[in-house]
Write a protein that binds this ligand. Structure first.
Ligand SMILES: [Ca+2]
Ligand SMILES: [Ca+2]
Length: 182
């Protein structure tokens, strides 16, 4: 796998999945992610929105673990992570179910107004809740949207695919997780 693609995969692993920075992904990371995004949205535990968020992230974790945890230790290591995305790159039109669920989850989370498109404020709001600098998120949005004010779901799906398979640093899909260079 090319170094550039490996760096992108490592970045998503570290920032969006291994939330407690333990070096592997497991259920605890997802529980922290649930707290993080519900706090961002102002959803208290016990509310229907909290429950929906909880259910969809736990379902994503179950799907990820089932496919990627090949040594069955209950955790997804960085090597297991690389292996799974290397398989994805071979047949990007046949994603795993959890991968599609996560793509949709991220889009819906970012589209906080629910109008079917992401704008720069929505994008920066979510990325900064994962600890990224707002200024860099804004720059990343300009690059991924090619200077346009919005990114639709259809566009996002293509950018997403590009993120995980592209080895060309100038492709717009490289910027969908808020980082401008690798
Ligand atoms: Ca972890
Ligand atoms: Ca494992």
């Amino acid at each position: 796998m090319a170094d550039f693609r490996r760096k992108k995969l490592l970045y998503v692993f570290n920032v969006f999945f291994d939330v407690n920075q333990s070096g592997t992904i497991d259920g605890k990371d997802f529980e922290l992610a649930i707290e993080k995004v519900c706090k961002l949205r102002g959803w208290a535990s016990g509310t229907p929105q909290y429950k929906r968020m909880y259910d969809s992230l736990i379902q994503i974790w179950d799907g990820l673990r089932n496919k990627a945890d090949s040594n069955e230790d209950g955790q997804v290591s960085i090597d297991e992570w690389y292996l799974m995305w290397d398989d994805f790159a071979k047949t990007p039109d046949k994603p795993l179910e959890w991968q599609t669920q996560y793509l949709k989850f991220m889009f819906d989370l970012e589209d906080s107004s629910g109008d079917g498109a992401i704008d720069v404020e929505e994008f920066a709001g979510v990325c900064s809740c994962y600890g990224l600098e707002v200024a860099e998120c804004r720059k990343a949005f300009q690059k991924m949207s090619d200077g346009k004010p919005n990114v639709t779901y259809e566009q996002f799906q293509n950018l997403w695919k590009q993120y995980f398979i592209s080895e060309n640093p100038s492709d717009p899909g490289n910027f969908i997780f808020g980082k401008t260079n690798f």
